[in-house]
Design a protein around this ligand. Structure first.
Ligand code: ADP
Ligand code: MG
Ligand code: MG
Length: 878
């Protein structure tokens, strides 16, 4: 069994295809090496080895043997020797899972240094300062990652040394001071752990490999995996690689480059670097890095000006990488004494806006196909673009500015810790997380916040990268702002804000604004419109919307919804004067009385429907007959009952009695849906009349043909549908006769009870269409009340009993199976049977994929999810 894969100098045992085995970092290093790019030699220990080691509790002998052999190979390729006192090989030990998990697991740089090899490094480089800087970095990383020391231990020593020397940065410390720091570090470890810093490079190596394996299970990584649905079985690979030193003087540097701008998608090399620095320095946010390319407001700072030759090499390699991988790349590089090395490449994280622009431009220049371009955009991420930005007319009071690290706008109350952010979110408050910088420990706080603001760090800092991934506005490096942690206050631009005060972030411009500013809807032209056009060309599924009001219908039409899949009519009776008439109707004691009140409701319903038909301009509208239990419309408390009775001018004891009569133990499974229509047909008849009159009137007015679809809810028996259908047909005939006009219409039902799904073959004899009401179907299939689910479903998710919330992601094996049965049986009766889905799942991309496979005709989702569903439907069809 092969546990270790080497790479060096135009050759590699692995390739980009081996992501599962070598992790994405290892696989791409192999690929880059294979195609002849400048990559320091090294080898990758497989994820299998990790899993085996974690299982056995130690690294298996076979793995050790192969690592030894690979290390010898690396020595030969680099011309150096691990642990030797002349020309020592110094390596990094890097973690890397199948998908990038930024900062979640550990990496140790400069391994192999000890009291002797550091002297060799010093002699060989002729730079004692550099050698000791490298050594002290190694001790610090090794001690924290492998030995478990506290970071602060070393920060304090470093701070003290800096202060003593009057240096503002690490790289201003001299060799003598760095020697002193190394000594203090070792003493600190001894004091802290009663253990000596190991001098044997082999011991250093094995303990580090073991620690990196174990870091797969650290709490940070576990949280990240849970958030991103990453299976624990994947494990991490470990790459051991010869070091190249970006901290070896003014002609050396380290940096991060994106082949295109990850915020806007613009096709320019974008990134940051630091001269005389190593690895993590750029992302750690301790020194603010400089731009790669020349910028006007920082003359002389860029890599282009300071390291022109390596810069040229970088731009050309960036281009090669993008062509080779066919996607925008995020590259780590180091310049050692003027020579450029590549240390990592991967598809770059980007905002939704950038993703769209990049995909379209790459397709337009034939790097990828249109279909690939569509697959490149995460459908759910479109959410970011559909959300509002700051009203251009709003008065802005800028109190600080920083880097526009992640676009969009957000406003919320200030919090200064992740814990506060999480707590506030739980109370339903919007908060802006304000930190000096963020670390992986802040993930949950960032998740809970609507926006993130940091006083330090650059465009590639932790805060920036994570916020872009989450699609949240973020401003970093707002240097003019001071955070007073102890008093929980923020001092900036002459104002002092406390936690709980409002801030608005403009992530597009990097502006921090005082107060709560008004927002406006986003612009959906340009690249976005192109993306939608390409999606529409690919998709088979129609995308309708769930809309109950004219406003919702207009939003959905604006997003080019193909119709309304579900219009819930009861929402029309929930407000104002109508709710009173509704109550009057419910309290009425005889059918005659009820009909009299319903006659007053009819014109209101009719005008609602006319408006909807007009907005939808001939696109189909499915209108659901009254569904909820009647007592939903009655007051519950005695006081409120008395008041309502007074308003209606009826006897309050009569109203009380009616409330009592209608009370149900389990209303979700009580008298609602078609059951109500059978008990009180006059309600359904009134609605039917309103629908047909509206359809005829709206059709006359606009000249468009209106084909109403009448949806009967909660059907279990075919006979229920039959019963109500007879009445609908009768009223349709009456209305059409009185207007002397014939119109087409459909009558169907919602499949939301398991019995209906199973009996779909028979039901389809009376139904022109079936729509899957997956909210209720999930409730009734699982026997879980959606309103009560949160108390135990979150525990289920946490304990791993279930992986996904069935109310968000369709339960394909259970609810989905019923849908499959209903689809098959329904189409046995009527091969052309119109089928759709109308639950929340209609807007969820993975559920849409399932609906495509089932061969449904449409999905229906909330208005703001229409564009997401259009793209997801295209992706499902590709
Ligand atoms: P992460 O996954 O956290 O980015 P990496 O393994 O990529 O961890 O390494 C952390 C940093 O150290 C990166 O900036 C990387 O470029 C740098 N680095 C890793 N290995 C080497 C090496 N052999 N020589 C120089 N720099 C390295
Ligand atoms: Mg890192
Ligand atoms: Mg990296």
């Amino acid at each position: 069994r092969k546990w270790v894969y080497t790479f060096a100098d135009g050759m590699a045992e692995g390739s980009a295809a081996d992501v599962a085995l070598l992790g994405s970092k290892g696989a791409n290093l192999a690929e880059m090496s294979r195609i002849g790019l400048p990559v320091p030699p090294g080898f990758t220990i497989t994820t299998d080895a990790c899993n085996r080691a974690l299982q056995d509790g130690e690294i298996p002998q076979r793995v050790r043997e192969q690592v030894d052999a690979a290390l010898r190979h690396c020595e030969i390729m680099s011309g150096k020797k691990f642990g030797a006192i002349t020309n020592p090989l110094v390596v990094s030990v890097r973690s890397g899972a199948r998908v990038s998990m930024p900062g979640m697991m550990d990496t140790v740089l400069n391994l192999g240094l000890n009291d002797e090899t550091v002297e060799a490094l010093s002699e060989q480089s002729g730079d004692e300062r550099f050698a000791y800087d490298t050594y002290r970095r190694f001790i610090q990383m090794y001690a924290t990652v492998v030995m478990g020391c506290d970071h602060a231990l070393f920060e304090d020593i470093l701070d003290a040394a800096r202060e003593n020397a009057g240096a503002s940065r690490d790289n201003e410390l001299g060799a003598e001071e760095l020697r002193g720091i190394v000594k203090s570090y070792k003493n600190a470890i001894q004091d802290d752990l009663d253990e000596t810093f190991p001098q044997d490079p082999k011991e250093q190596l094995w303990r580090t490999v073991e620690a990196v394996f174990k870091s797969w299970n650290n709490p940070r990584a576990a949280t990240y995996r849970a958030l991103h649905n990453i299976p624990v079985e994947w494990g991490t690979a470990v790459t051991v690689q010869a070091m190249v030193f970006g901290n070896s003087g003014r002609n050396s540097a380290t940096g991060v480059a994106f082949t295109r701008n990850p915020s806007t998608g613009e096709n320019v090399l974008f990134g940051e670097f630091l001269v005389d620095a190593q690895g993590e320095d750029v992302v750690a946010g301790f020194r603010t890095p400089d731009p790669l390319s020349i910028v006007d407001d920082k003359p002389g700072a860029s890599m282009q000006e300071r390291l022109p030759e390596p810069y040229k090499a970088l731009t050309s390699l960036a281009n090669d990488l993008e062509q080779h991988f066919g996607d925008m790349q995020d590259i780590e590089f180091t310049v050692e004494a003027g020579k450029l090395w590549l240390l990592q490449t991967r598809a770059g994280k980007r905002t939704a806006k950038a993703a769209i622009r990049i995909a379209i431009e790459m397709a337009n220049s034939d790097v990828i196909s249109r279909q690939t371009a569509l697959m490149r955009v995460d459908a759910s991420s479109l959410d970011q673009l559909l959300h509002p930005s700051i009203d251009p007319d709003a008065k802005r009071k800028i109190i600080a500015s920083g880097l526009p690290a992640s676009p969009g706008a957000a406003c919320g109350e200030i919090v200064f810790s992740s814990a506060d952010a999480v707590a506030a979110k739980a109370e339903g408050r919007d908060v802006i997380l304000v930190r000096p910088e963020t670390s992986p420990d802040d993930i949950q706080g960032m998740e809970a916040a609507v926006g993130i603001l940091t006083s330090r760090g650059g465009m590639t800092s932790h805060a920036a990268v994570v916020a872009r991934g989450m699609g949240k506005p973020c401003i970093t490096g707002a240097g003019g702002m001071r955070i007073d942690k102890h008093n929980k206050a923020l001092v900036t631009g002459g104002v002092m804000l406390r936690s709980g005060d409002y801030l608005t972030l403009d992530g597009n411009q990097g502006q921090v604004l005082e107060g709560k500013l008004p927002m406006v809807d986003s612009e959906l032209s340009g690249d976005f419109a192109t993306l939608m056009e390409w999606s529409d060309a690919e998709r088979r599924l129609k995308v309708r919307t769930n809309a109950d009001t004219p406003t919702e219908a207009r939003v959905a039409r604006n997003f080019q919804a193909d119709g309304i899949g579900l219009c819930r009519t009861e929402h029309m009776f929930a407000e104002g004067e109508r709710s009173n008439i509704m109550r009057e109707m419910i309290v009425a004691e005889t059918e005659e009385e009820r009909r009299a009140v319903l006659d007053r409701l009819m014109p209101m319903q009719r005008s609602d429907f006319i408006e909807l038909f007009e907005i939808m301009q001939g696109h189909p509208i499915a209108i659901r007959l009254f569904d909820p239990p009647l007592h939903d419309f009655l007051p519950k408390e005695e006081e409120a009952i008395r008041e309502s009775a007074k308003t209606l001018g009826i006897d309050s004891s009569k109203m009380m009695r009616r409330v009592e009569e209608l009370r149900e133990i389990n209303p979700m499974l009580g008298n609602r849906g078609v059951r109500l229509a059978i008990c009180f047909p006059e309600i359904a008849e009134m609605q039917t009349r309103a629908i047909f009159e509206a359809a005829i009137l709206a059709g006359k007015k606009s000249g468009e043909l209106v084909v109403p679809e009448i949806v009967v809810p909660l059907v279990a028996y075919n006979a229920e549908l039959e019963y109500i259908r007879t009445r609908i047909d009768k009223i349709a005939d009456e209305v059409m006769a009185s207007h002397d006009q014939k119109i087409e219409y459909l009558v169907g039902c919602i499949i939301e009870l398991p019995r209906a799904a199973i009996r779909a073959e028979l039901i389809a004899q009376s139904a022109d269409f079936l729509s899957f009401g997956t909210n209720d179907l999930t409730q009734t299939t699982l026997g879980i009340s959606r309103d009560d689910a949160s108390t135990f479903l979150s525990t289920y998710l946490r304990k791993g009993v279930i992986q996904l919330d069935p109310f968000i992601n369709l339960d394909v094996e259970g609810v989905g199976e019923l849908m499959r049965i209903a689809t098959e049986r329904g189409r046995k009766t009527e091969p052309e049977l119109l089928l759709g889905i109308t639950g929340e799942h209609g807007g969820d991309p993975t559920s849409i994929t399932f609906c495509e496979k089932l061969g449904l005709d449409y999905v229906s989702c909330s208005p703001y999810r229409v564009p997401i569903a259009r793209l997801a439907a295209a992706q499902a069809a590709i």
